[in-house]
Design a protein around this ligand. Structure first.
Ligand SMILES: [Zn+2]
Length: 132
């Protein structure tokens, strides 16, 4: 059964973000990292992947269990832009969601995120939520 990936790439989950979660593939760009992390939040149970792709110094206090919980219904990811300069990266995104308690109100989290590449792996440093 081909299940479309939550990240919105148009590809099936099995060949899109799943290989990242399985440790078979490594995100090659901030864009791939954003997509895979959105899918991880949307599907849940991927706390280990979220922690492994979080810059350790800014992930302090976060646990795999917390990050495995689905706290919102993440419906759609829209990547506004992204770029790379050396081992620094950025992305700007709109994450469309509804609250678990009320699916009737469509909401958007607009975030500008920054990333760094260490030993060939892109890591999420943090993001500034512009609204949401
Ligand atoms: Zn995907």
């Amino acid at each position: 059964m081909l299940q479309p990936c939550k990240c919105g790439s148009g590809d099936a989950f099995g060949i899109c973000c799943k290989p990242f979660f399985d440790g078979i593939a490594v995100a090659q760009s901030p864009e791939q990292l954003v997509r895979s992390r959105f899918t991880a939040f949307a599907r849940g149970n991927q706390g280990a992947y979220l922690l492994n792709t979080w810059f350790p110094a800014t992930a302090k206090g976060l646990t795999e269990i917390d990050l495995s919980n689905v706290s919102r219904r993440w419906n759609r990811l829209e990547i506004v832009g992204w770029g790379v300069q050396g081992d620094d990266g950025w992305a700007e995104l709109n994450a469309h969601f509804t609250d678990l308690s009320d699916a009737t109100v469509a909401r958007v989290m607009h975030e500008k995120s920054i990333f760094t590449r260490i030993d060939g792996r892109w890591l999420y440093i943090g993001g500034e939520v512009v609204n949401g």
